[in-house]
Design a protein around this ligand. Structure first.
Ligand code: COA
Length: 150
């Protein structure tokens, strides 16, 4: 099975441009300086899925307070979706937030129409807690929160 050969690991700084290109291929443009800053602050929360030297997806996390983690981006290349990579990335970033940083909760924002992502997050124990009116260029989103049980 293809996914057996996929490695989930921390990103290397030299791969940040590749992450940004992956997004740009789908018309999503994120700021390089922000990614470098996040990498410098939380290198262990920038996690990639790699196969034979190519990046297939990634997740970017950070802490918003001492005990609250935040997932900023979760992305898998279109051709590799539905293979369990998103789940593996999410599982790993949650595991690291809990074991390395001891967070008590994890938050994220998601477009209200992104049913695939919402379903995935709900499977991992995230709950919709607040409607974010106009958060995505005038369209609504959800703030989702996962409480970490002691
Ligand atoms: C959301 C995303 C990261 C999921 O990644 P993925 O690698 O495809 O996810 P997985 O293969 O681990 O599947 C997770 C769930 O997504 C859903 N899913 C995956 N592929 C799907 C498809 N082709 N059609 C419908 N649902 C699908 C399923 O519910 C699946 O759970 P299940 O296997 O228990 O049914 C990916 O779709 C993506 O990059 N989307 C664009 C960016 C985005 O929306 N990010 C989240 C924004 S907050």
């Amino acid at each position: 099975m293809k996914s057996n050969r996929i490695t989930i690991r921390s990103v290397h700084e030299s791969e940040i441009m590749e992450m940004l290109s992956m997004l740009a291929e789908e018309g999503i443009y994120h700021n390089e300086e922000l990614y470098v800053l996040l990498y410098e602050s939380y290198p262990d929360l920038m996690i990639v899925a790699e196969r034979e030297g190519s990046l297939l997806g990634f997740v970017v996390g950070a802490l918003s307070t001492e005990d609250s983690g935040r997932i900023l981006v979760l992305f898998v290349r279109r051709d590799y979706r539905g293979m369990g990579i998103g789940k593996r990335l999410l599982r790993e970033v949650i595991r690291r937030m809990v074991t390395i940083y001891g967070v008590k909760e994890i938050t994220l924002e998601v477009h209200e129409k992104n049913e695939t992502a919402i379903k995935l997050y709900e499977e991992f124990g995230f709950r919709k807690v607040k409607k974010l009116h106009g958060y995505y260029n005038g369209e609504d989103g959800w703030l989702m929160v996962k409480k970490i049980m002691p």
